[in-house]
Design a protein around this ligand. Structure first.
Ligand code: FES
Length: 129
């Protein structure tokens, strides 16, 4: 079984659409781009506290509705201002149509969520359930 947490089935992911999931309470956006590739990024815009999953997906980018920054789905880099820092891109594996995301493995060099943040997110998630 791949590392990480099972977040959805592959067929849950429409082309050019985003799905917000929680991985141990930490918000992640899982996106299938226009080429059919699947990506997992931190769901919170690096400019302000807005969910990227609520934005539009086009080609290989997702747009934040807050102020219009677009983020490259492969690199997490902002393609347009006002955001200037990347969002983390996480390791993702698909096994027998099951999609797994590992938030402890950041593949783009962006700042990973630290352990304290992951613990806080998990505690908040447990409280809400
Ligand atoms: S909150 Fe995303 S660009 Fe400003």
């Amino acid at each position: 079984m791949p590392a990480g947490q099972l977040v959805c089935k592959e067929q849950d992911l429409q082309v050019n659409a985003a799905l917000r999931v929680l991985v141990h309470g930490y918000p992640v956006v899982v996106v299938r781009d226009s080429d059919g590739e699947v990506h997992a990024l931190g769901d919170t815009c690096s400019h302000a506290d807005i969910s990227l999953a609520e934005g539009d997906v086009e080609d290989c980018a997702i747009e934040c509705w807050g102020h219009g920054s677009q983020f490259d789905l492969r690199t997490g880099e902002p393609l347009s201002p006002p955001a200037f820092e990347p969002v983390p891109v996480f390791a993702l594996a698909i096994d027998d149509s099951n999609v797994f995301v590992d938030v402890t493995t950041v593949i783009n060099g962006a700042k990973a969520p630290d352990e304290a943040l992951l613990k806080k997110a998990a505690a908040k998630s447990a409280k809400e359930n």
